[in-house]
Each structure stands twice: as C-alpha cells, then as structure tokens.
Design a protein around this ligand. Structure first.
Ligand code: CP
Ligand code: NVA
Length: 311
C-alpha cells in the first residue's frame, strides 16, 4: 500500500481517507517493531521540527521530541511566552518565518484557526497536537491500540462516555467513523457533540458504520468492544469544574459500568492524563481491561509514522 502524503498537514483528520489513515497505521505498526528491534534509523537527519505549545503536555511533547530526535532530527521546543505568536507579531508572520527555518511544525493550543493559519502561511506540514476542537494525533494512537487489541477495526464498537463535545471525543468520532468502527457517544444532553459535526462525520463514515449519540449508559454501553473516557474538564475550561462534576458523575467509568458491555474482552482506553476517582475509578484504569499505557506509548509510534509519511 502506498499513499502520497508528502507535504500534507494533519489538522483535523477529517480530510484523510480510510486508505490514508490505513497507511499511517501500517507505518506506525512498522515503526513500533523497528523500535523494539533496536535498529537505528536516521530518517529525520538534518531536519528540524518546531514545537509550539500554548497549553501543557506530557505525552504529545515527549512523543514528538523523542520520535524526531531519535532519528537524527532536531526538535525545538517553544513554550507559551517564548515567542511572539499572536502577540507583537501576527500568527501569519510567525508562520512565514518558521516556514523558512523548519521542515515541519507542531502546534498545541486553543484556537483551531491558529493551526490552520500556521499551515497556510508556513508552507510546511503542520501537525495539530491538540486544539479546543480536535486532537487528531491522539486518535491515530487510539486506532492503533484498538487494532493491537482486536487485530481489526472493522465492525468493532467504540463507546466514548463523558464530555462528548470535547476535542478527544470529536476526533475519535471522526477517526472511528472513517475506519469502520461503530461509535457511540454517551453524554448528558448538555455535553453532546454539536449536531453539525455529527452530521459531517455521517458524510465521511465508512459504509455500514453506525454513529449513535445517547444519554443512556445502559443502551450506549451494550456490545461495546472499547470503552473510552477523557477528563471532565479540559484545559482552558477550569471554571466549569463544579458543573461538570454535577453533570458527569453518573457517567463515571466503574467496574459495574464496564460490565454493561456484556463482553468479557472489552478494553478501556483513556487519552490521559486521568483524574482517578472522577471520570474513571482506579480499579478500572489499573485493571486487566485497561490498555492506557500501550495507548500512551502508541502516541510516539503513530506520530513518528505521521512525520515519516508527510516529510
Ligand atoms: N493525551 C495527551 O495529549 O496527553 P498530553 O496532554 O500529556 O500531551
Ligand atoms: N480533553 C483534554 C485532553 C487532554 C489530552 C484537554 O483538552 O485537556
């Protein structure tokens, strides 16, 4: 299988076809095997990567830095407050300058528009490392982890439970729909993904894929192969804490909730960081169905694959 992805940005995942995501996943499985074999590659030698962070990160930063650096590339971390992005200098001008100095750019921040401007004006691939609206590199790792667990994605059922309107839920819904995974979002009315976005996922989904949005834990969880949750309060929404606890406590992932799938092999995923005792209990995240550490590791292999194919 070959895909022409050179020069492409990765901003939302919605513009990637099933075949293109398949290429990324195959490259990620291969990159993981290569890493475990101990072979040394220098595929990013003499290349530079700018890492722009307006929000904090552990996994995304470490995945990009180590994936790029261990293959001979030079990642440059630029945290909030280090550069003039949007303050004193327009995002467009910063992008133009970065495009002259770097081979690719990763952006983590608030506005999706910033990632889009960076891509438009820099002329180099831009990777969305999380915005308020999307977290597409997370979804690649999620799909890879599901594939490792089940050997296939086709026809599996992924249930995301919790804040259904956040970046992780939206990207997961899009990625699963494209790749043939039935997806259910279980969330209270107030925290459902917006209708327009769900309708868009309906237009890009693989034939036969079912998308369901419900507030019912019982019907939503039935038949789940994957139960996925994320924090109740995303970065930048800290003032919503009280309201979220009130709305989402009935949606906490507990051992009892996991059993509602009716399947013994159901796995638990979480993008991390997790607030144990809030969106998920310790016995679930530490239990035998949890794949969260594989999932975190897979961030690195999928991100390496993304850079290998687009650079
Ligand atoms: N899952 C994820 O993006 O983690 P970080 O916020 O630590 O990068
Ligand atoms: N929804 C979370 C994801 C963190 C990786 C956030 O935006 O904070």
């Amino acid at each position: 299988m070959s895909c022409r992805l050179k020069g492409r940005s990765f901003l939302t995942l919605l513009d990637y076809s099933e075949e293109e995501i398949r290429c990324l996943l195959e490259a990620a499985h291969k990159a993981k095997k290569e890493k475990k074999s101990g072979k040394i590659f220098r595929r990013f030698a003499s290349k530079t990567l700018a890492l722009l962070f307006e929000k904090r990160s552990t996994r995304t930063r470490c995945a990009f830095e180590t994936a790029f650096g261990e293959e001979g590339g030079h990642p440059v971390f630029l945290g909030a407050g280090d550069i003039h992005l949007g303050e004193k200098e327009s995002i467009e001008d910063t992008a133009r300058v970065m495009g002259r100095m770097f081979d690719c750019i990763m952006f983590r921040g608030y506005e999706q528009k910033t990632a889009e401007i960076l891509a438009e004006y820099s002329g180099v691939p831009v990777y969305n490392g999380l915005t308020d609206l999307f977290h597409p590199t997370q979804t690649l790792a999620d799909l890879m982890t599901m594939e490792e667990a089940f050997g296939t994605l086709n026809g599996k059922k992924c249930v995301y439970i919790g804040d259904g309107r956040n970046n992780v839920a939206r990207s997961l819904l899009a990625g699963c729909s494209i790749m043939g995974v039935h997806t259910t979002i279980v969330a209270p009315e107030e925290l459902r993904p917006d209708r327009e976005f769900v309708a868009r996922c309906g237009t890009i989904k693989k034939a036969g894929v079912k998308i369901e949005i419900t507030d019912s834990v019982d019907t939503g969880l039935d038949g789940a192969d994957v139960v996925y949750t994320d924090v109740w309060v995303s970065m930048g929404e800290e003032e919503k804490e009280e309201e979220r606890v009130r709305l989402l406590t009935p949606y906490r992932v507990t051992e009892t909730l996991m059993k509602k799938s009716g399947k013994s092999e159901t796995i638990f995923l979480h993008c991390l960081p997790a607030v144990k005792g809030k969106e998920v209990t310790a016995p679930v995240i530490e239990g035998s169905s949890s794949r969260v550490w594989d999932q975190a590791e897979n961030r690195k292999h999928t991100i390496k694959a993304l850079m290998l194919l687009t650079l």
